[in-house]
Design a protein around this ligand. Structure first.
Ligand code: PLP
Length: 285
């Protein structure tokens, strides 16, 4: 497989990252994931804007613009024969001459672009629904950015996997009460029978899929409430919906030992989101 690193196309197993890259040494970097659908990249602009916002926030230099990133993605998609897959973008603060937490003036950012086939997800999950398990959110205070510090997310997803579940539903505590945040690599929204309730963006990722789906909900004339969602409330929700670039809109039918129905709201959102991706295809091609 071919990848793009700092202006060059290289083999994915070649040693293009230097040992003293701050991404390697400190996890000093950010990333984003875009879906590849029939050779196009739905919502690429939103993903690059999110990456740019985080780059500015952390004082990193993103030296490529949207057009260059798109052209490289197209090239990799052709070179790797991947028409349907995932585009991965990563920016680290880059190479520094000596290992030091304090970054110097003269660092060279590392930018990596990968186009790979879709990870294996059983299609039955979109038909029958996914299972989640609750797991403590052990992350830091920078979760509104896609930082590469993903160890707690990796642990959460692997815990879920070991229990035969698709994802974790992470929670944090306040005054002894649990409130839900997000998954290892997914967002959640809930339907209480009247309105769609979304955990508000307080130290969770402003998910692109979430924002697209909440717009669809509003366009349907259904009320959206963004607020803290307590785990105790979740057990009484009618429908639970998982959202992410890779998983799109996926029904959830079980959390721990509690079952949920795969209801009409979820079905309508799955359909509407597929339609939205289709409009992206006609817009770009
Ligand atoms: N939350 C986390 C922690 C994620 O890592 C992701 C995606 O990887 C999401 C939510 C979903 O975000 P998006 O819809 O932008 O893919």
């Amino acid at each position: 497989m071919k990848i793009f690193c700092n202006g060059k196309i290289a083999d994915s197993d070649s040693e293009v990252i230097r040992a003293l890259d701050r991404g390697m040494i400190f996890g000093d970097g950010i990333y984003d994931v875009v879906k590849v659908v029939d050779g196009i990249f739905p919502f690429l602009e939103d993903h690059v804007k999110r990456l740019e916002r985080s780059a500015i926030f952390f004082g990193m230099k993103l030296r490529y613009d949207l057009e260059k990133i798109k052209n490289v993605a197209r090239e990799l998609s052709v070179l790797n024969g991947v028409k349907n897959g995932e585009l991965f973008l990563e920016l680290t603060r880059g190479y520094d001459e000596i290992r030091d937490h304090i970054f110097g003036e003269k660092y060279e950012p590392t930018f990596l672009e990968i186009v790979q086939p879709l990870r294996k997800i059983d299609p039955i999950l979109w038909k029958k629904g996914a299972k989640l398990v609750t797991f403590p959110d052990m992350r830091h205070g920078l979760c509104e950015h896609k930082t590469i510090n993903l160890l707690p997310n990796v642990l959460a997803k692997n815990h879920a996997h070991s229990k035969g579940a698709y994802e974790a539903l992470m929670f944090r505590m306040e005054d002894g009460k649990k409130y839900v945040t997000e998954g290892g690599s997914s967002s959640y929204i809930f339907f209480d029978g009247k309105r769609v309730v979304a955990p508000k963006i307080e130290n969770i990722l402003p998910s692109i899929t979430r924002s697209k789906v909440l717009s669809i909900v509003k366009d349907m004339g259904v009320e959206v409430t963004e607020r803290r969602v307590w785990l105790d409330e979740v057990w009484h929700m009618k429908e639970v919906i998982l959202l992410s670039t890779v998983s799109k809109v996926m029904p959830v039918v079980q959390i721990d030992d509690t079952s949920f129905e795969l209801g009409e709201m979820t079905k309508r959102l799955m359909e509407a989101f597929e339609d939205l991706i289709l409009t992206q295809r006609t817009k770009i091609s």
